[in-house]
Design a protein around this ligand. Structure first.
Ligand SMILES: Nc1ncnc2c1ncn2[C@@H]1O[C@H](COP(=O)(O)OP(=O)(O)OP(=O)(O)O)[C@@H](O)[C@H]1O
Ligand SMILES: [Mg+2]
Length: 283
């Protein structure tokens, strides 16, 4: 058979790309599982044109992330489609860490928690920063629209000495929903540019799940006992000042969600979580 001329080669069409299904997400972005030929991949598309910059930052952060034992889906392509930014990435055929914890025993869960905590703690640097101004600005910007009283929680965060907080790398949104488990490996997804860079912010996002069961908010069955066990592991690794820092960040995380949660049915979940912490932390 004669070899193809360059013109004929160009005429060969790449396989068609199909969207198989929309993966569950809770933000404004759309996440699709797609297939082209025999290859599956994930496509994340910004929900509104205004979110393009954040999604691009997320993609860059994911692309740059390198670690000895924590993986991330490789980023393939990015661009703009119908004025919306998108990027495509490797499909990780695993489960969210929250699902993994629900389905497995502590014997399987503990090594993963250990890997996670070692990762976050190894990011803590000697260099400290004064976060008083960015924290105050965040707190001033928070308002409750549902009649729920937030003053005591704002005060709890405000009255803390934020002047010398250790800095370091931070994933930005390290909830169990954004950690996938595949063949006993952890994969990070959904990186976020955070307003301050400190591993304690990542620790506080982990506590959103461990203490408040955030990633199980839409489920009836929540693994409370397993998470109590995980909380004991976390506490055994933190000094008392570190515990105080992450507790404040945890309350701040919940306060930040409150205005958005009001519009959805998880508003009561956030309020209950804050009330629960008020008792637990003596706020
Ligand atoms: N590369 C991937 N492989 C397999 N599943 C994925 C992948 N990326 C996302 N998912 C699934 O889709 C869900 C939603 O994705 P993601 O966390 O990126 O979006 P989100 O939380 O809706 O968006 P946002 O960036 O606004 O927080 C994930 O929790 C995960 O279950
Ligand atoms: Mg997510």
């Amino acid at each position: 058979m004669a070899a193809l001329s360059p013109m004929q080669t160009l005429a060969v069409k790449p396989p068609q790309q199909y969207k198989l299904k929309e993966l569950k997400g809770h933000s404004g972005c759309h996440v699709f599982l797609c297939e082209r030929g025999n290859t599956r991949f994930v496509k994340k598309v910004s929900g509104a044109a205004g979110y393009a910059h954040r999604l691009e930052q997320q993609m860059l952060k994911q692309r740059e992330f390198e670690h000895a034992w924590i993986r991330k889906p490789s980023v393939y392509e990015f661009g703009t489609e119908n004025d919306l930014f998108y990027f495509t990435m490797e499909y990780v055929n695993g489960v969210q860490l929250s699902t993994f914890i629900s389905r497995n025993t502590v014997r399987d869960v503990d090594p993963l928690i250990d890997q996670l905590l070692t990762f976050v703690r190894s990011n803590i640097c000697e260099v400290a920063a004064d976060f008083s101004t960015p924290i105050s600005e965040k707190l001033w910007g928070i308002s409750s629209t549902s009649g729920f009283q937030i003053d005591r929680y704002v005060q709890y965060c405000m009255a803390f000495d934020w002047r010398a907080i250790p800095t370091g790398y931070c994933h930005g949104d390290l909830s169990f929903e954004n950690i996938l488990v595949h063949k006993s490996n952890l994969y990070f997804i959904d990186f976020l540019d955070s307003f301050i860079e400190t591993p304690y912010l990542d620790l506080s996002k982990l506590l959103m799940d461990i203490l408040v069961l955030w990633s199980w908010r839409f489920e009836n069955r929540r693994p409370i006992i397993k998470n109590t066990h995980i909380y004991d592991i976390v506490l055994s690794q933190l000094k008392s000042r570190e515990v105080e820092i992450v507790r404040r960040f945890l309350v701040l995380n919940l306060l930040q969600i409150l205005p958005y949660a009001n519009a959805h049915h998880n508003s009561l979940f956030v309020q209950d979580a804050l009330k629960h912490l008020a008792v637990k932390f003596n706020i």
